[in-house]
Write a protein that binds this ligand. Structure first.
Ligand code: 5GP
Length: 119
């Protein structure tokens, strides 16, 4: 399946849909999840059109990958997630429960998160 240009995060990247923006640079955009699952729930997405972590890892340039993960770490620091710990999740495909087919990392924290996988 190829990248769907009409997925919701592509629309956010094009400015067609608003978001609660927290970070924006050449490689990554970060914004608050619309339905937060923790006191802090941030989504970090690459600027390029990659549908999931496999597509991103295989097809993004080394510069894009470096820039993206540097941004992830910076955002985690800036939102005070690092001291107390946090969870980063990249849901992928059907079994992973991925709803939006543009690669994204969830950063979740602000409380003890409990079991890694719910029922
Ligand atoms: P996935 O299940 O694909 O890993 O996660 C997609 C996430 O995007 C969900 O946590 C969902 O709440 C969030 N989401 C879906 N639509 C929007 C939107 O329009 N704006 C924002 N900020 N988050 C969204």
């Amino acid at each position: 399946m190829s990248y769907d240009e009409n997925n919701i995060f592509a629309k956010i990247l094009r400015g067609e849909i608003p978001c609660d923006k927290l970070h924006d640079d050449q490689y990554a955009l970060a914004f608050r999840d619309i339905a937060p699952k923790a006191p802090t729930h941030i989504l970090v997405i690459p600027k390029g059109a990659y549908k999931d972590i496999v597509d991103f890892s295989a097809n993004a340039t080394a510069e894009e990958i470096d820039g993206f993960f540097k941004a992830v770490a910076k955002i985690a620091q800036e939102h005070h997630l690092v001291e107390a710990g946090f969870r980063s999740i990249a849901n992928t495909g059907l079994n992973g429960g991925q709803e939006v087919p543009h690669f994204h990392i969830h950063l979740l924290g602000g409380k003890k998160l409990g079991a890694m996988i719910g029922s």
